[in-house]
Ligand binder design. Structure first.
Ligand code: IMP
Ligand code: MG
Length: 205
């Protein structure tokens, strides 16, 4: 699903969102309900491709926790309502690379003890994070690795990584909400929104 560069988004007044973010956001890029509905379809596509294999879901924290939880929930529901039984394990890694709205050079990977076959991620921006993570996972020689990311940004950068499954391709904007943060703020916002200059200044570190 593509969101074009000239898409104006939805007015914030059409929805509810936490009062402590009033004045900090420009508009709603993707409302929460559409995120959940699209994620359900990704779950269906994943189920189809996985066949009878058991899976390990590797959730990339912190930004991927909402997407991963909703994706796992949909996979569970779909498999419960079908004749197929997919056994699922869940593991977590934490990656950190952003400062304000800029991707930083050094990347930290923390946690994660099981080899993975499926990773659930929030957003692929430059793609740097995903490349680092995949290099680390491949050491464990899993039978299959599939990457699901809710968002892919249209960046002009060359190392652009393409996940196997993604929910939305979005313009090269800094977005927050649905667990995506700006310096740890906005994770408690349920829609995916574009932050405004006031918000950026307020939470700058
Ligand atoms: P990449 O290395 O540039 O692909 O960035 C990937 C990571 O940076 C993601 O997993 C996010 O946690 C974070 N990130 C990238 N773009 C955004 C954004 O627009 N909003 C919030 N976090 C972002
Ligand atoms: Mg972040």
């Amino acid at each position: 699903m593509q969101i074009s560069d000239n898409w104006p988004g939805y007015s914030l007044d059409l929805f509810t969102y936490p009062q402590h973010y009033y004045g900090d956001l420009e508009y709603v890029l993707i409302p929460h309900g559409i995120i959940v509905d699209r994620t359900e379809r990704l779950a269906k596509d994943i189920m189809q491709d996985i066949g009878d294999n058991d899976i390990v879901v590797l959730c990339v924290l912190k930004g991927g926790y909402k997407f991963c939880a909703d994706l796992v929930e949909h996979i569970k529901n779909l498999s419960r309502n079908s004749e197929r039984f997919i056994s699922m394990k869940v593991d977590f890694v934490r990656l950190k690379s952003y400062h304000n709205d800029q991707s930083m050079q050094d990347m930290q990977i923390m946690g994660g003890d099981d080899l993975s076959k499926l990773t659930g991620k929030d957003i692929v921006g430059t793609g740097r994070t995903m490349n680092v993570l995949l290099n680390n996972i491949e050491k464990y020689k899993p039978k299959m690795i599939k990457v699901a990311s809710l968002l892919v940004k249209r960046t002009s950068r060359p190392d652009g990584y393409r996940p196997d499954y993604y929910g939305f391709e979005i313009p090269d904007l800094f977005v927050v909400g649905y667990a995506l943060d700006y310096n740890e703020h906005f994770r408690d916002l349920n829609h995916i929104c574009v932050i405004n200059d006031h918000g950026k200044a307020k939470y700058r570190v």
